[in-house]
Design a protein around this ligand. Structure first.
Ligand code: GDP
Ligand code: IMO
Ligand code: MG
Length: 425
């Protein structure tokens, strides 16, 4: 039995991490997020219930699981309080089961304003961010002038830091972007209030999680976004601002690598991406539209239509390499039910050289040719199938082909959005 498991997006996000975390949750004691913020949108469905998690680990839906927002996250306290309230409205118990690392960083309204203003100013070259202030908040963290969660509990420090930040951010907003500025007094009042409300949840997250590990509790690390959106390893600059790869677990929670016993990559049976940036297997035609409709590919956070395309094996091999994936959870197989043929990108031709991993440089310079293999479609419904043997032969071949080509076992196959629509192998 695996002690501690990381569940990580292996593509460009929205692979179905929420569903997989929820599915596996029962045998874990703690679920911790280690990076990102409310740019994430993780959907969990069971029966007729539907939850959308943004900052809070999907484990919150299960009673008696300790949920931790790790130090590697950027947290908008207002968004967090809203999420707590909306989950409570759906009957979810949130009391001492939700803790926040005191060294996580806060998102302030000027971060969001700068994120939006910058995107607007960039015009065609915009990244297509979620507009939540994620990038600017991580910038402030790295500049060493960020406001950490613990600062919300220290009025004097908080006031100084907010005043200092506004002295810099307001002119940027006003002069560079011609946008409204923020009143430091108002921010101080709001953020002191957030501190008061959140105080009982704020803790030394690193000590908390390591105490849990030492006590033999089982930990699940819930990734947000996906490997191709990693700030270092993704399709820069069209990425998010955190390390989405497994290494982020160590820095984003203060957990040593030896405590990550197993890494599971979540892989959608085709590919989607929201926002700008390279997407070599993208379909800008009626087939892409069919995938979007059938897969309900509209963003959980922003409602934007997701870009859609075929499966990209070089992306998966890169993900196996960077994350040391022990296994894959393959989601949304049912979305491919209608196709006569399912092309899969098996490699890239870059000036006559064959690449089996993602040729990032060549892709950034539009200097590559994807190579496809057409897999046979199955043309029958796989929706809700729970037994691998009951899958149509061509669907089994599709699964085995991905295993052979990535060298990673597919131990979970998802055949519908609900918890119960799953094959465990
Ligand atoms: P996450 O960000 O990785 O957690 O993924 P999202 O929740 O943003 O997007 C995945 C979407 O696909 C959600 O709407 C899920 O309910 C849905 N979903 C997950 N697994 C399956 C599946 O196997 N089949 C279908 N049809 N939908 C799925
Ligand atoms: P989950 O956890 C898909 C994308 C944005 C944009 C880029 C940068 O649900 O898989 P940001 O607001 O982070 O600065 O935006 O990253 N992005 C995601 N795409 N799923 C996500 O999260 C994403 N979070 C950010 O669309 O292209
Ligand atoms: Mg999502």
């Amino acid at each position: 039995m695996t002690q501690n498991l990381a569940v990580i997006g292996a593509q460009w996000g929205d692979e179905g991490k929420g569903k997989i975390v929820d599915l596996l949750c029962e045998s874990f004691d703690v679920v911790a997020r280690y990076q990102g913020g409310h740019n994430a949108g993780h959907t969990v469905r069971f029966g007729d219930k539907h939850y959308s998690l943004k900052l809070i680990p999907s484990g919150i839906l299960h009673p008696n699981k300790l949920c931790l927002l790790g130090n590697g996250m950027v947290i908008d306290p207002e968004a967090l309080l809203e999420e707590i309230e909306s989950l409570r409205g759906l009957g979810v118990q949130i009391n001492d089961n939700l803790k926040i690392s005191e060294t996580a960083h806060c998102i302030l309204p000027y971060h969001k304003a700068i994120d939006l203003a910058r995107e607007e100013a960039a015009g065609e070259a915009k990244i297509g961010t979620t507009g939540r202030g994620i990038g600017p908040a991580y910038e402030t963290k790295v500049s060493r002038y960020g406001i950490r969660i613990a600062d919300l509990l220290d009025p004097e420090v908080l006031r100084d830091k907010i005043e200092f930040a506004c002295a810099e951010k307001n002119p940027v907003l006003q002069i560079v972007y011609h946008k409204p500025t923020f009143d430091p007094q108002k921010l101080y009042k709001d953020y002191t209030h957030y501190g008061e409300v959140l105080a009982r949840r704020i803790t030394n997250g690193t000590v908390l999680i390591n105490d849990q590990i030492r006590a033999g509790k089982r930990i699940m690390f819930e990734g947000a976004q996906g490997m191709m959106l990693d700030i270092d390893h993704g399709t820069y600059p069209f990425v998010t601002s955190s390390n989405t790869v497994v290494g982020g677990v160590c820095t984003g929670l203060g957990v040593a690598p030896k405590h990550i016993d197993r890494v599971m990559g979540v892989v959608k049976a085709y590919t989607t991406r929201v926002g700008g940036g390279a997407f070599p297997t993208e379909l800008n035609d009626s087939t892409g539209e069919h995938l979007r409709k059938r897969g309900n590919e509209y963003g959980t956070v922003t409602g934007r239509p997701r870009r859609t395309g075929w499966l990209d094996l070089p992306v998966l091999r890169t993900s196996v390499m960077l994350n040391g994936l022990d296994a894959i959870a393959l989601t949304k197989l049912d979305v491919l039910d209608d196709f006569e043929e399912i092309p899969v990108c098996t490699g890239y031709n870059v000036h006559g050289e064959r690449w089996r991993t993602f040729p990032a440089f060549a892709v950034a310079h539009h200097d590559y040719k994807p190579e496809y293999r057409a897999m046979k479609g199955w043309r029958q419904s796989t929706v809700g199938i729970t037994d691998f043997q009951k899958l149509p032969p061509a669907a089994k071949d599709y699964v085995r082909f991905i295993e052979d080509e990535t060298g990673s076992a597919i131990t979970i196959i998802s055949t519908g959005p609900r918890r119960e629509e799953t094959i465990l192998r």
